[in-house]
Design a protein around this ligand. Structure first.
Ligand code: FES
Ligand SMILES: [Fe+2]
Length: 451
């Protein structure tokens, strides 16, 4: 029997840290911005071409010849690793008559060969082969007809592209997110899943969903007990980025404090050889105990936590990178999600999810003579990079696919949000204080789409 004593916790006030206010606002968050084709057109004309966009993982374009394709709205953008070892990126459009050059989402190819008439481009974009070149009068100027380059930069295994020559460099665009994300060493984690779900929802409805915790207690009951959402720390950054830090291994202080550790706490203690039944501390002290255990035992088990603060050994941080990418970070797990608009229908989008897990270095733990209970997720990490898996929202709703129970719950709900947006009975959102990130994000959208 546990000797844990329930105590009345101090409920800390929710902190919102405004690093940079939006240039104007608050702007009303109207239904039109989710359902109106004019809005979508303006986003393609004025938003997406003006900002850095997460294109994919640098590990997928590590070797010369490897490439990946970002389909976003009506653009298709090609990222390549050149024979010189540089990253390069281009509009994925043939300069003969405009066909898409590469049609797979990623792969390896010695050259990029257009499937229509065989114009061939090198991995630095140079047009090198024009079939029946002598039948072009005047001859094709290969330099002028090479793939059109766009900007590309990488940070922490994430490759970003930008169509705007005047945008700031990537690290300047990311600003404080660079120091927030870098210590988690995404490149050192194993990619465990690469999924895309097609949704009947506007792409911004997905971003909004990850811009607030107000819904968590209502649609994610499994999290309602183990997080204290109203005490989460919120960050509002320049350029429309936002951040969230929520304590891990805690309980919801708005519910009765349990006498025994919950499932997440039990698993964390078990990992360090402590049976929750023998734990003699207080439930509310477990967060600090897990930090101490991880710091003390992590290195012996093959985990390198040197770059992470004590808080980061238990807590969850989430950074929404304007305009469409969400990065969720824990010491041993990470998720990158991205919402991509449909080219013509504001009521549809694609929602990408890349899942990562940090596996311990067995050489380190063996050398230390340590045997330990592997984390359940260690078994999940595949030896090979997982293939991309694309499916529909119905595949999730009918149980054929899953993106984790939490995200499945969001998927169940979000099409109904979109349906409501189309109703004559709704015109403008009314946000609570916990949804301040949603407002900040939309105010920055308005900055790009004035009027
Ligand atoms: S459109 Fe590409 S070769 Fe003709
Ligand atoms: Fe959710």
């Amino acid at each position: 029997m546990s000797t844990i004593r329930p105590t009345a916790p101090p409920v800390s006030a929710r902190a919102t840290i405004v690093h940079d206010a939006a240039p104007s606002g608050p702007h009303p968050i109207t239904a039109a911005r989710y359902i109106d084709t004019d809005w979508l057109r303006r986003e393609f004309d004025e938003l997406f071409p003006r900002t850095w966009l997460f294109a994919g993982l640098e590990r997928d374009v590590a070797e010369p010849g490897e490439y990946l394709v970002l389909e976003i709205g009506d653009e298709s953008l090609l990222v390549s690793r050149t024979d010189d070892g540089e990253l390069a990126a281009f509009y994925n459009v043939c300069q003969h008559r405009g066909a898409r050059v590469m049609v797979n989402d990623r792969g390896w190819s010695r050259q990029f060969v257009c499937p229509y008439h065989g114009w061939t481009y090198e991995n630095d974009g140079r047009l090198s082969v024009v079939p029946d070149a002598d039948r072009f009068t005047p001859p094709v100027d290969c330099a002028a007809r090479s793939l059109r380059p766009i900007r590309v930069e990488a940070f922490s295994d994430m490759v970003f592209v930008c169509l705007d020559a005047d945008a700031p460099p990537l690290l300047e665009f990311l600003g404080p997110l660079v120091d927030a994300i870098a210590p988690y060493d995404l490149a050192g984690m194993t990619l465990t899943a690469d999924q895309t779900v097609q949704l009947d929802a506007n792409w911004k409805a997905v971003v909004d969903n990850f811009g607030e915790l107000y819904h968590v207690e209502h649609i994610h009951p499994q999290h309602a007990e183990v997080f204290d959402c109203p005490t989460a720390e919120i960050h509002l950054y320049d350029r429309g980025h936002t951040g969230l830090i929520i304590d891990g291994h805690v309980v919801n202080t708005r519910l009765d404090i349990p006498e025994d550790p919950n499932l997440y706490m039990t698993m964390a203690l078990q990992r360090y050889g402590i049976d929750a039944a023998d734990y003699t501390g207080r439930v509310l002290d477990i967060r600090l105990d897990v930090q101490r255990l991880r710091r003390e035992h992590g290195p012996r088990l093959g985990y390198d936590y040197a770059a992470l603060s004590d808080e980061r050994l238990t807590d969850i941080e989430q950074y929404n990178v304007f305009p469409n990418t969400i990065v969720t970070l824990q010491p041993d797990d990470a998720i990158i999600m991205r919402a991509r608009p449909h080219p013509t229908d504001p009521n549809k989008c694609w929602w990408d999810k890349l899942s990562f897990h940090r596996q311990p270095d067995p050489a380190v733990s063996e050398a230390a003579g340590v045997t330990f209970e592997p984390h359940p997720r260690d078994d999940r990490a595949p030896a090979e990079r997982p293939e991309h898996d694309g499916f529909t929202q119905d595949d999730i709703i009918e149980g054929r696919k899953s993106m984790t129970i939490t995200i499945d719950q969001d998927v169940h709900l979000i099409r109904d949000v979109q349906a409501g947006m189309r109703s004559r009975g709704f015109d403008t959102a009314r946000l609570c204080d916990d949804e301040v990130r949603v407002q900040h994000y939309h105010d920055w959208l308005c900055h790009h789409l004035p009027g």
